[in-house]
Design a protein around this ligand. Structure first.
Ligand code: RUG
Length: 836
């Protein structure tokens, strides 16, 4: 504006960026009209949701584009987070919080006579992940943007995400997740940045014009990768990063050769086969199935992402040699570990670089996060299958291995067993490519996700690699975003906290410790308790509406929600329920603290034991919930279709958080953090991040039980016999016998036999060894809950001491310890217009 102008300067609120109530209303109705093509009289709830989503998206775009421009101009060093899963959860509410416009948008919508919560509820969540691993990736994107770190999330745009779960007659039934059915207002496709990905075929060697030996890959098929970009807003900053998900498309609509030869169906089939690659998310958590399509998915998104990075480099005029200075690539588990080989191939075969130079670039660019100690989750691919799909990559792996084993031999001469264990190729039977070994060799940093997990990696699964490369190993304890899991999902508690200590804690979660000053204030304790009570009441209403089960909001809300897995021991929880039930049956007047046992979680469709555990829980519920002797003191509810949206209702309502995995099995857990942050007390083993949570909140505010990881190991070595526990513990025996007798299965003694036999003849997860300690510890929980004041104090101290577990802290640790990347603040120019 001209400072000498006598004309008055006014701000004109643009309909796409303005935040006044009237502007928001006008923008919303405009989007309803011009994007949905509807007017209010005939608009559906979904039309309204879409109009609102576009209204919010419009307000992100200025930030998104400015962010991309700034990064481009500054050639900013960028973190690339490669993950086969991103479990984002609904975008709308989160963006409203991060943009700081929740209240005014709510008001605008309500002034239009619409129900704001109903519109938020309408969003189909993108369930592009199984559980903790995918949700961690989503929390990390939130924190990267909030900390103003240049970052790209790279993954797969699955057409069908994690299945929807229905419970029928107590059994899990899977339903296809058609999340894109009504359109996705949060993504923008970028066909102009499509890339080609090759599969199959064979390789040929040749000598190039400089006389150098080269290899060319003649693929059997080529698939196009189309990027779909989603804006990722940071909280209370202008930064808006990008999640780039790849969708597979056939390069030509038809195979014209086949088409012209009259083979129409073969032409269409080929198109369909290409597009199958990004069709569906594999629904396994902590288990690999060894399916070729899964390897195709992994290679597909890795190749697309690396080609995209090289394109960015070229556009910014940065030489390929500087790839490691421009990009820091984090491999989220071994799922993207083919990156090691594909980057080598691109540098050598497509860009003419020689081996040593390419290897230097590769190993300076990659870092690997391990998320599991379970052997069944460690990925390996049969050589034959691998070679058919990726013939050139197999050659490169053999060469990496040859050079690597030479290094091992130098450091550990004549240690043949070690060589066999460390080889990238498992040759103990059928030959396999070991993806964790590949990731370790090709990365400059290797991290576990909780202190205990990292130590166990170094002692166990990755011990040889630790001895070879101790400098690569480091720990990065997981964290969760307080924006989604507190401000958005528990606004009542968030508001109370902000009234007491200001709202800095949302970005600096350590500041929650200031709440400790209020733990002796009876008014604060009362308000804190009332909030928990009100949320429990809400969940009770929801449970009544969805399951028709009455639950008592004054009972302990004892919740275990996470994937169903034997190592997580939902069935140990079930044994406790039957124990209390048996006590009531033996003595109906017994004094028992009322409890509501809530379970939520999906079982992998092919995991029979996990599905049977769901049936067991529901069957116990059927008996317990209607037995008049129980008099409503115990209730058991399995919450159908646990997902991010549902989790946001569940965490704030919990009194007790069940974190009861066999010690040494859960890498970290992140649900444990979300519960405690929302004031639940934990009953847990010394496993994963439980160890650090207990350290932070104080042993006196945590219900600890069970064997330690060392004790579990020692017991296994000494020869564990679950029968010893069964015969020596009458109460345990009664519990098992009741389940075995068919008492909970209409007399069918066969139904739960696989669970009973598994426990009695093996018990790989040592439920029987931990049973008594667990039941005793639950008794302490019941006692503590009787003293509401004491419980509230413990609960407040849990909240106050959870600051460490913000994903902002995790991301800072990654930035300092691995990525060496700095924040790049984004400045927005203001729109000012001179009045004519
Ligand atoms: O099971 C682990 C959790 O303990 C952990 O908190 C989470 C995030 O680090 O990752 C989970 N995980 C591990 N999911 N899949 C795997 C193995 O691929």
């Amino acid at each position: 504006p001209n400072p000498n102008s006598t004309q008055e300067i006014v701000r004109i609120e643009d309909d796409r960026t303005g935040l006044g109530i009237e502007t928001l209303k006008r923008a919303f109705l405009d989007n309803l009209f011009y994007i949905q093509g509807k007017f209010p009289a005939i608009a559906t709830l979904n039309d309204y949701y879409m109009a609102l989503a576009y209204t919010v998206r419009d307000r992100l775009f200025k930030r998104w584009i400015t962010t991309a421009e700034t990064y481009g101009n500054q050639k900013a060093r960028t973190v690339c987070y490669l993950s086969a899963e991103f479990l984002m959860g609904p975008h709308l509410g989160n963006n409203l919080i991060n943009l700081g416009i929740y209240e005014q948008v709510k008001q605008a919508i309500e002034e239009l006579g619409l129900n704001f919560e109903e519109l938020l509820e309408q969003e189909e969540e993108p369930g592009l992940g199984n559980g903790g691993l995918g949700r961690l990736a989503a929390c990390y994107l939130d924190s990267l943007a909030t900390l103003e770190i240049p970052a790209l999330g790279y993954g797969i745009r699955y057409e069908f995400g994690i299945f929807n779960q229905r419970i029928q007659d107590g059994w899990q039934v899977e339903i296809t997740d058609k999340w894109l059915r009504y359109g996705n207002p949060w993504e923008v496709s970028r066909p102009e940045w499509a890339v080609e990905v090759k599969f199959g075929g064979h390789t040929e060697s040749f000598t190039d014009e400089h006389g150098a030996y080269r290899v060319r890959w003649i693929p059997h098929k080529v698939v196009n990768g189309i990027p779909y970009d989603t804006p990722i807003s940071g909280y209370s900053v202008n930064t808006c990063n990008t999640l780039r998900l790849w969708s597979a498309e056939a390069p030509e609509t038809f195979d014209f050769d086949a088409f012209n030869a009259g083979d129409y169906s073969r032409a269409v089939q080929q198109k369909m086969a290409s597009e199958t690659i990004s069709k569906v998310l594999y629904p396994n958590d902590n288990l690999t199935q060894g399916k070729i399509l899964r390897l195709e998915q992994q290679f597909f998104f890795v190749s697309c992402s690396l080609q995209d990075m090289i394109r960015i480099l070229e556009r910014q005029g940065i030489p390929l040699e500087q790839f490691p200075e421009k990009f820091s690539i984090q491999l989220n588990d071994t799922h993207p570990s083919i990156t090691v080989v594909e980057l080598m191939r691109l540098l050598m075969d497509e860009h003419g670089m020689e081996w040593n130079k390419a290897w230097g670039i590769t190993t300076r660019s990659l870092a690997y996060t391990n998320h599991t100690l379970l052997p069944e989750a460690l990925e390996r691919w049969p050589i034959s299958l691998f070679g058919q799909l990726l013939p050139r990559h197999l050659e490169i792996i053999f060469e990496i291995n040859r050079r690597f084993l030479d290094d091992v031999r130098l450091k550990f001469p004549d240690d043949w067993e070690r060589l066999g264990r460390m080889s990238l190729i498992d040759e103990s039977g059928e030959r396999y490519v070991r993806m964790a070994n590949l990731a370790c060799v090709g990365s400059f940093a290797i991290n576990g996700v909780a202190a205990l997990h990292t130590e166990l990696l170094k002692e166990g699964v990755l011990r040889d690699f630790y001895e070879m490369y101790p400098e690569k190993f480091n720990n990065k304890t997981n964290g969760v975003t307080p924006r989604r899991f507190m401000v958005l999902s528990n606004f009542r508690l968030a508001n109370l906290i902000s009234r007491k200590i200001g709202n800095n804690w949302v970005k600096h979660l350590e500041e929650l410790h200031k709440l400790e000053d209020f733990v002796d204030d009876p008014d604060f304790r009362r308000e804190f308790r009332e909030i928990k009570q009100a949320i429990k009441q809400d969940l009770a209403v929801y449970i009544k509406r969805t399951t028709n089960i009455d639950v008592n909001p004054n009972s302990i809300f004892d919740i275990q929600s996470k994937r169903i897995h034997e190592y997580k021991r939902q069935h140990l929880n079930a044994l406790h329920i039957v124990t209390l039930y048996n006590r009531i049956k033996a003595n109906p007047d017994i004094d028992i603290t009322p409890r509501t046992f809530l379970f939520g979680g999906k079982a992998a469709p092919g995991y029979y034991m996990a599905k049977l555990i769901i049936k067991l829980i529901n069957s116990i519920g059927d008996v317990v919930n209607r037995d008049p002797d129980v008099r409503g003191r115990l209730k058991v509810v399995f919450l159908e279709n646990y997902n991010v949206k549902f989790a946001q209702r569940v965490y704030p309502a919990a009194d007790l958080s069940e974190q009861i995995s066999t010690a040494g099995k859960e890498a970290s857990g992140t649900g444990n953090m979300k519960f405690a942050l929302n004031g639940a007390l934990t009953i847990g083993t010394l496993d994963g991040a439980n160890v650090e949570i207990r350290e932070e909140v104080g042993a006196e505010n945590f219900f600890l039980f069970g064997l330690t990881a060392d004790e579990v190991y020692a017991k296994k070595v000494a020869g564990y016999n679950p029968m010893d526990y069964y015969y020596s513990n009458p109460e345990l025996k009664l519990v098992i016998d009741r389940i075995a007798s068919g008492f909970f299965s209409h007399g069918d003694a066969n139904l739960f036999k696989p669970i009973v036999d598994n426990l009695l003849y093996g018990d790989p997860y040592m439920l029987l060894a931990d049973y008594q300690a667990y039941v005793d510890c639950q008794e302490q929980v019941s006692q503590a809950y009787q003293d509401q004041d004491r419980w509230t104090r413990m609960s407040i101290l849990n909240v106050a001491r959870m600051g460490k577990f913000s994903s902002d802290r995790s991301i800072r640790d990654y930035c300092e310890g691995i990525w060496h990347v700095q924040s790049v603040p984004i400045k927005l120019e203001e729109y000012v217009q001179e009045n004519a």
